[in-house]
Structure formats: structure tokens, C-alpha cells
Design a protein around this ligand. Structure first.
Ligand code: DAH
Length: 340
């Protein structure tokens, strides 16, 4: 009976070996039949029930068959391409082959400028926050002192989303009141991020662009603090001889509102094509946070004051790399992107 079983197993194994298609299957087969927990071992475990004579006979047979099968598997292995040293034909390496050039990814020009600014601001104790791109009318406008009837809404052509009072944020300033609500005063925050406006696109306008918003709330914060911080930033970005010029401009969420310019990094103020011969580059809007905005953020404007500013990240990247068409930045054209 037992001999019968052993012979059957041999037959079965030989048949299976002939059907095997690759080394991996062969290895599985070997484990299944000859492994420590394999079929042959299972049969040999039952030897104990036999008489000594029968046991010796069956044991001999089992060993013989085990050797035969091991040999068969060895042969099959060679046929399937494994060399005697254990390596495989398939692993053959042509050491003279020329390797194709590897392509590495790299940062997008806007990310480069963004990370550079984040580094400068975090070194001054600002935290970096992210905010929703699909924003409520409340945080994007209302809480920034721009009620629905206010003509300032016309400054920003907005993508409104049907129902729900939602819109695609037109400015990263939308994070001001969110951050105030969450962290209270004192506060130092920058918010880089994507903004959207319903623009007719041309070389200078794009419906999707990037800004970096910043604000600080503390005791006795004035325009002097704003200027000091932005001067550090401008010098780090464009060199120690860079100056910052502040001029009045209206923004509903600051009072006074400021238009910020820095010395042109290319001509150092002499006048060139980058600065349109003015010697200055307009790169940020700013001001002292309006008391109404602090109130929306649940911060007592009698105790605290603050400044805010907004950089056009897209514009900074365009200036830095002398990119003359804004549409290239988000156009996904590799011929353009590979240059950075
Ligand atoms: N959010 C303004 C814009 O998109 C830029 C800006 C102006 C941000 C003045 C500010 C600010 O924080 O104080 O045009």
C-alpha cells in the first residue's frame, strides 16, 4: 500500500515536472513534493505504523525515489536556463550596453520661489498654513470687510459656485480670518497657494495663479514693523542693496492700504525692460489689518493690531526667470518646464 503511494507520488511528480514553465513554478513544485512539509515527508511519517521489515523496505524505496526526483528537478532546472552556479540565463548582462539617459523630476519655478519665501518667513517665526481653494463667500470677501454690495468685489472677477455660497478663492487673504479664529493673537502666518479669477487670459492674465499671503498680529504693530519685515524679505530675495518703497493704495481689508515696490533686481534701479524703465517692481499689496477684520477674527482691535501683505508668487517667478507669458506656467508644456 505504502509502496504504491510512493510510486504514485513519483509518477505524479515527474508528470508535473514536465509541465513546469519556469524556474519559479519548479521551485514551488520541489517544495510541494520534497520539502520539509511536502508530500513525501507526509508519507514517510506514517512509516512508524509498519513492522520493522516493511518499514526498512518502504524507507529504502522512499529514499531512492527522493534521489531520483531530486535529479529530475535538477535536470529540469538546467533546461529552464539556470546555470550550475545558481544564476539564470535571463540574468545575463550586456556590460557594453549604453544606458538610456535617466530623467529626473525637478521643482516647478513657482515652487522654487514659494519654498524660498517660506524659508525666509519661517526664519522670522512665521508659520506656514494651507487653506481651501474652494472657499466660502464669507472668508474670501465678507470677513475681509467686503460685503456683497461693495464695489471692491468688481476688482476681482470671481468664479462663483452654484448654491452653497461657495466660490473659488480669488486671494489667499481668505486665510486671514480662518487663522485668527483658530490661533488667536499674537499670530505670524504665511499662506502660499493657488487662486482663481475669471480672467480673459492673455500674456499677463491667467484664471489660475499663485499668491503668498502673510500677516502678523501683535502688540503695537505698525507700518514700521511691516516695512522692516518686507525689507528683510526683499534683501534676501534680491540682494542687500534692494530698497522697499511703500505708497498708498486702497484695499478694503487694510487701513491704511499700501502698494509695495522693490528696487528692480536686474538694473538695480537704473531702468530696464523688466521694470519698464521705472527702476521699481510692484510686487506686493499690504497694509495694517482693518479693525473690522480683526473683529471678524474674534481679536480685540483695542488690544491688538497687525499688518498684512500679499505677494503674487506667479509674478515673482515670472520676474525671476524673465518669463514673458503667464500661460506657460500652468500650461504643462514640457519644452517649457524642462528649462528650470
Ligand atoms: N489679496 C490682495 C489681492 O489679491 C493682495 C493684498 C493686498 C493682500 C493687501 C494683503 C493686503 O494682505 O494687505 O489683490
Amino acid at each position: 500500500m505504502l509502496e504504491e503511494k510512493i510510486k504514485q507520488l513519483k509518477e505524479e511528480t515527474i508528470k508535473k515536472i514536465s509541465e513546469v514553465a519556469n524556474l519559479e513554478q519548479l521551485r514551488e513544485l520541489e517544495i510541494y513534493f520534497l520539502g520539509r512539509k511536502g508530500e513525501l515527508t507526509k508519507i514517510l511519517r506514517t512509516l512508524g505504523d509498519l513492522s520493522i521489515e516493511e518499514r526498512a523496505k518502504a524507507g529504502d524505496l522512499a529514499n531512492k525515489i527522493k534521489n531520483e526526483l531530486t535529479l529530475e528537478i535538477q535536470k529540469a532546472r538546467q533546461n529552464l536556463g539556470e546555470k550550475t552556479d545558481g544564476s539564470s540565463e535571463k540574468e545575463w548582462i550586456d556590460v557594453t550596453a549604453v544606458k538610456e539617459k535617466e530623467e529626473f523630476g525637478h521643482l516647478h519655478p513657482i515652487s522654487i520661489v514659494q519654498y524660498e519665501l517660506e524659508d525666509i518667513f519661517t526664519s522670522m517665526g512665521f508659520m506656514v498654513l494651507d487653506g481651501p481653494e474652494l472657499e466660502s463667500d464669507y472668508y474670501n470677501f465678507e470677513a475681509l470687510n467686503i460685503p456683497s454690495w461693495h464695489p471692491a468685489r468688481d476688482m476681482q472677477d470671481t468664479f462663483y459656485v452654484e448654491g452653497e455660497n461657495l466660490l473659488m478663492r480669488t486671494q489667499t487673504s481668505s486665510m486671514q480670518v480662518r487663522a485668527m479664529e483658530k490661533y488667536g493673537a499674537p499670530l505670524r502666518v504665511v499662506v502660499p497657494g493657488r487662486c482663481f479669477r475669471n480672467e480673459a487670459t492673455d500674456v499677463r492674465h491667467e484664471h489660475t495663479f499663485y499668491q503668498l499671503e502673510g500677516f502678523m498680529v501683535g502688540k503695537d504693530i505698525s507700518v514700521a514693523n511691516l516695512k522692516a519685515v518686507l525689507e528683510v524679505v526683499a534683501k534676501k530675495l534680491y540682494g542687500d542693496d534692494t530698497k522697499v518703497k511703500l505708497r498708498p493704495k486702497f484695499y478694503p481689508f487694510v487701513e491704511p492700504g499700501i502698494n509695495g515696490e522693490v528696487t528692480c533686481f536686474l538694473c538695480k534701479g537704473k531702468g530696464c525692460r523688466v521694470c519698464k524703465n521705472t527702476g521699481w517692481l510692484e510686487i506686493f499689496g499690504a497694509g495694517l489689518i482693518h479693525p473690522n477684520v480683526l473683529k471678524f477674527g474674534k481679536i480685540d482691535s483695542k488690544k491688538w493690531s497687525g499688518f498684512a501683505f500679499g505677494f503674487g508668487l506667479t509674478r515673482l517667478a515670472m520676474l525671476k526667470y524673465e518669463i514673458d507669458d503667464v500661460r506657460l506656467l500652468c500650461g504643462g508644456d514640457l519644452r517649457f518646464l524642462k528649462q528650470f
